[in-house]
Design a protein around this ligand. Structure first.
Ligand code: 5AD
Length: 368
């Protein structure tokens, strides 16, 4: 059996064989073809949408790669008001978005009380309009268990928190001493225990990353079994300590997307903004390598430029939520179709890909 067939059937390979897949392009064609087959078994041609609302670009952290880091004094900071957030959700709903992702830096202004007010207001607002078919996703970094619980109780369903790298030494080279991989992982486990559908992920080609780091990322994902896995190339930002490092690679990111699809066939895998930024066709290539989610930007147009995690972040074209027709046609050209629904993760049914699972215990586990 070929390496890729074994990966597809067993969802696993030894480290050396994963490394072999990652370090040459000779497997690419078969890898992408098999990943696409696998995504179609689980998700057909469906591409799920998430409307991204960038709540705040204030951040107390000082991650060396990130443009909204605390020490970047050149960035104009902003916070969205509750009214603005509700407006974004309204516009999004009209456009066919059924998941709202509130993403932001770790901004102490957004304490539990303020966030609970926001999440509850979105829920109330949606239910008054009989819009119960929506998910609220938060992506607001590391918080306490108590805080995650309060936000869940207020009506949040999903949480995105990338681990960034699963190698502790590498983590320490990307982050200041005040941050630790250990607490990041602990947050992810807490979120799962509370009942969130959890998304995590990592950057590809961040400074000091080795093949061993990437293998550690895959092994950590095997333990955590997240619902969503988001990866994108590292992209340089001029006002960070990493301003002289090269961007990550498009082809390595695509290869990793395909490997993720084969290891986690049930997973939600976004074709990320970073992928769309590194190459004009990046998102479409991501979909063809196994991705099945896109996250267009629903933030008010005037703040989009300010949420600059890396330079040249795209924000006015097909990644803009209001340009849905443009997005729809580019997704269609890649061979898929965007759908209007909540876009939940598929149960990881023992009969791979059988989508109407009645609830095997493994399936229920996979749903969290
Ligand atoms: N390049 C690519 N991705 C980045 N992120 C932050 N900074 C960069 C960068 N310079 C990613 C991180 C974070 C997500 C919201 O954006 O992985 O978790």
């Amino acid at each position: 059996m070929s390496l890729i067939e074994t990966l597809s059937q067993t969802r696993d390979l030894p480290d050396t064989e994963l490394t072999a897949l990652l370090t040459t392009d000779k497997f690419d064609q078969e890898l992408f073809r098999r990943a696409d087959e696998r995504r179609r078994e689980f998700y057909g041609t469906d591409v799920y949408l998430r409307g991204l609302i960038e709540l705040t670009n204030y951040c107390k952290n000082d991650c060396f790669y990130c443009g909204i880091r605390y020490s970047n004094a050149r960035l104009e900071r902003y916070r969205l008001s509750l009214d603005t957030i509700l407006n974004c959700c309204n516009t999004g709903y009209e456009l066919g978005y059924r998941t709202f992702v509130l993403q932001g830096g770790e901004d102490p202004f957004f304490n539990d009380d303020r966030l609970v007010e926001i999440v509850s207001a979105i829920r109330t607002h949606l239910s008054q309009k009989h819009l119960a078919d929506c998910a609220i996703t938060l992506s607001l970094g590391e918080r306490s268990r108590e805080s995650y619980q309060k936000l869940f109780d207020a009506g949040a369903n999903r949480y995105l928190l990338r681990h960034e790298t699963a190698d502790a030494e590498h983590y320490a080279k990307l982050h200041p001493e005040s941050m630790s991989l250990e607490y990041r992982k602990e947050c992810l486990w807490m979120l799962k225990e509370i009942g969130y559908q959890v998304g995590t992920g990592f950057m590809v080609g961040s400074p000091f990353q080795t093949m061993e780091c990437l293998i550690a990322d895959l092994r950590f994902l095997q333990q955590l079994k997240p619902s969503m896995i988001g990866i994108g190339p590292f992209l340089v930002h001029r006002d960070t300590p990493f301003n002289e490092y090269p961007n990550g690679s498009l082809s390595l990111t695509l290869r990793l997307i395909a490997i993720l699809r084969l290891m986690f066939p049930y997973a939600l895998i976004p074709a990320t903004t970073a992928l769309g930024t590194i190459d004009p066709q990046g998102r479409e290539l991501g979909l063809r390598a196994g991705a099945n989610v896109v996250m267009p930007n629903l933030s008010p147009v005037e703040v989009r430029k300010k949420y600059e995690l890396y330079n040249n972040k795209i924000h006015t074209d097909k990644e803009a939520a209001e340009n849905k027709a443009l997005l729809a046609s580019s997704v269609a050209a890649a061979g898929y179709a965007i759908v209007t629904n909540i876009g939940n993760v598929k149960p990881d049914c023992p009969n791979d890909g059988h989508s109407q699972c009645a609830g095997h215990s493994q399936c229920v586990d996979a749903m969290y």
